[in-house]
Write a protein that binds this ligand. Structure first.
Ligand code: GAR
Length: 229
């Protein structure tokens, strides 16, 4: 549960970030934290890949990192073992919020339900369209005029929790999956800090995402951001 005192006292929101890859979204959060632009403290990063560049980014910012590699000494770490270690680590860090930013393992319902804080995920499509992988390629093949990214609450069902925010852009005739991915990522780099700010300020209530009644003068979720790039 998001501690109401955290919001009232304007205390920093303690964030744990789960990553698997480059960590460009993690970097945006690190930059915002270091600039004092977001009321957050990144208390730790968990990577399920030992070659993720996100680890270097966290190390450079002196943020604690736990590498729970899905392959160690040629052996695959099963999801149960991963979750046991990740649970212990998260409990030790005591986050207010867990952010999946390019985290590519599917987590079990039990892990999600017992997590020490609400969990959000950044997904590279306009949910509920294009759950899963290869979202940009599929959007182009379908001839979508608009595409983008979403931030949603993590639930046991993959990419299916309440959608909190979305960044939208127009698909260009010339777009390839790569160019679209690059443009969507620019949107992600605005959407993620914006969403976390709305959560930190209590404008988005993760305990009751379908009812942002506290701020009933606001539009219903998902809140949308148009990207012109
Ligand atoms: C992001 O584009 C994110 O949307 C995607 O991974 C990328 C990670 O980039 N996430 C998923 O596909 C989750 N299903 P980053 O490591 O540079 O932040």
């Amino acid at each position: 549960m998001l501690d109401s005192q955290t919001k009232v006292n304007n205390k920093s929101l303690r964030i744990a970030v789960l990553v698997s890859g480059s960590g460009s979204n993690l970097q945006v959060l690190i930059n915002a934290m270091q600039a004092g632009a977001l009321p957050i403290e990144i208390v730790g990063v968990i990577s399920n890949r030992e070659d993720a560049y996100a680890i270097t980014r966290a190390n450079d910012a002196s943020i604690p990192v736990a590498v729970l590699s899905h392959v160690a000494s040629g052996k695959r770490m099963g999801i149960k073992t991963f979750e046991t270690h990740a649970s212990a680590q998260l409990s030790a860090w005591q986050p207010d919020l867990i952010v999946l930013a390019g985290f590519m393992r599917v987590l079990s319902g039990a892990f999600i339900e017992n997590a020490p804080a609400p969990m959000i995920n950044l997904h590279p499509a306009l949910l509920p369209a294009y759950k899963g992988l290869d979202t940009h390629q599929r959007a182009i093949q379908t001839g979508e005029r608009n595409h983008g990214c979403s931030i949603h609450v993590v639930t046991a069902e993959l990419d299916a929790g309440a959608v909190l925010t979305q960044a939208l852009l127009e698909v260009n005739q010339k777009d390839t999956a790569d160019s679209l991915q690059a443009r969507v990522q620019q949107g992600e780099h605005q959407l993620l800090p914006w969403t976390i700010l709305l959560i930190a300020k209590g404008i988005i209530d993760l305990n009751n995402p379908h009812n942002n009644a506290e701020s009933s003068y606001l539009p219903a979720l998902p809140l949308k951001l148009w990207i012109n790039n």
